[in-house]
Design a protein around this ligand. Structure first.
Ligand code: LMR
Length: 393
């Protein structure tokens, strides 16, 4: 039977990770997978997470099952983080998931259960795994234009022109902040225009919020999501704890579903059902740490301070890289790097130039020229700038 299987298409981000690990050159620079690295190249366990882990180790007396949809305290802490204090709990259902990817998958499943005819609209480009999952599910999807490859900014006019084709009951997937892979984001005013359109069309926004706190700040990065949540009757939000809590391998995420208060219990039941059919209970450890960090004032303050250090570091690297390129090219062609937000920027280099940088300089970025700013440090920025120029970008 298994002989009938065909090799799956490789995931380009994970394939690059393997290629990087196999490269023996000591000077190699990993700008591929979206993982934060400090100046020494380490992905540290955040200080507040480490403290919470110590406390948990002392206090935990059982490893028995928790709740199928995850613990209410985790739901409430995440809903408050994403939607702000005073969020509408009476119309918010929530699910603890296996990472942000799990939250996305469950959101797609829920949409399909509720409306088998739905089409999911995704930005072009988007995180490649969005499309891979949708294709695997056999779920209908359509792209909407998003990125202007000349200006490296959002092509809002094209985006709105394409979204004019959405139908009632369609789902529109939006990146809450720090757009992956481009780094180009909607302004709050543009979020308002998108909200108007979705409202008029009767479409359902689904927001993938994987990098809250990595762009302009925890509150600022949630502003578009909060605007949508305050305006639209039905909203899905897939929030990841991988990056902003640095707990990648713990696989911690949360799906929030806002709808009619009268139907909240039914939605909540369907979310728990989805967990049960897929893997039963989601892993507990990461969600418990996140809950502790968010609800203990001292841990929360420590976490927020470290997250600010991480964010500030990435902004500094953006400024430095744009500055180096300004000097080397004697132009402002690369100033967009300083304007983008989050971990990624799409450089706009050809696949050949990306490959040349890998071969000549041991610099690894995704083939569409997405680079992970957090993979740099102040010493490697000039090397990258030189390589970009040498590759003729
Ligand atoms: C990325 O885009 O690099 C991250 O979200 C990691 C992943 O799973 O692809």
């Amino acid at each position: 039977m298994f002989n009938t299987l065909k090799a799956p298409a490789p995931d380009k981000i994970l394939a690059l990770m393997g290629q990087f690990r196999a490269d023996p050159r000591p000077e190699k620079i990993d700008l591929g997978v979206g993982v934060y690295k400090d100046a020494t190249g380490l992905t540290p366990v955040m200080r507040a997470i480490k403290s919470a882990e110590r406390q948990l180790w002392e206090a935990e007396t059982t490893k028995t099952y928790t709740a199928l949809a995850g613990e209410a305290a985790f739901h409430a802490a995440m809903a408050e983080l994403v939607l702000g204090a005073g969020y509408p709990a009476e119309r918010t259902a929530a699910l603890q998931t296996v990472g942000g990817t799990g939250a996305c998958r469950m959101a797609f499943e829920l949409a399909r259960m509720a409306n088998p005819e739905t089409t999911i609209w995704v930005s072009d480009p988007t995180w490649p795994n969005h499309l891979s999952i949708l294709n695997f599910m056999g779920q209908a999807w359509k792209p909407y234009r998003y990125f202007d490859s000349a200006t490296r900014a959002v092509d809002f006019e094209a985006m709105m022109a394409d979204l004019a084709g959405i139908k009632a009951g369609d789902v529109v997937l939006l990146h809450g902040c720090c757009h992956n892979p481009t780094g180009a984001n909607l302004t709050l005013e543009q979020w308002g225009v998108v909200a108007d359109l979705l409202e008029a069309k009767g479409a359902i926004p689904m927001i993938d919020l994987a990098y809250q706190g990595f762009g302009d700040g925890l509150e600022e990065d949630a502003a578009g999501t909060r605007l949508i949540a305050s305006r639209l009757p039905e909203v899905m939000i897939a929030a990841s704890c991988s990056k902003n809590f640095g707990i990648y391998r713990e696989r911690t995420g949360c799906l929030l579903v806002l709808g009619d208060a009268a139907n909240r219990e039914v939605t909540q039941g369907n979310l728990a059902f989805l967990n049960r059919q897929t893997y039963s209970f989601a892993p507990d450890h990461g969600a418990r740490l996140v809950t502790m960090v968010l609800t203990d004032p001292a841990l929360r303050a420590e976490w927020m301070a470290e997250l600010e250090e991480v964010r500030g570091g990435m902004l500094g690297l953006r400024e430095q890289l744009a500055g180096e390129l300004r000097q080397l090219t004697n132009s402002d062609r690369f100033d967009f790097i300083a304007q983008h937000r989050g971990m990624f920027s799409r450089l706009g280099a050809s696949p050949e130039a990306v490959e040349k940088m890998r071969v000549d300089n041991a610099i690894y970025m995704v083939g569409d020229s997405r680079l992970n700013i957090a993979g740099l440090n102040t010493k490697t920025v000039p090397l990258l700038a030189r390589a970009i120029v040498d590759a003729g970008v």
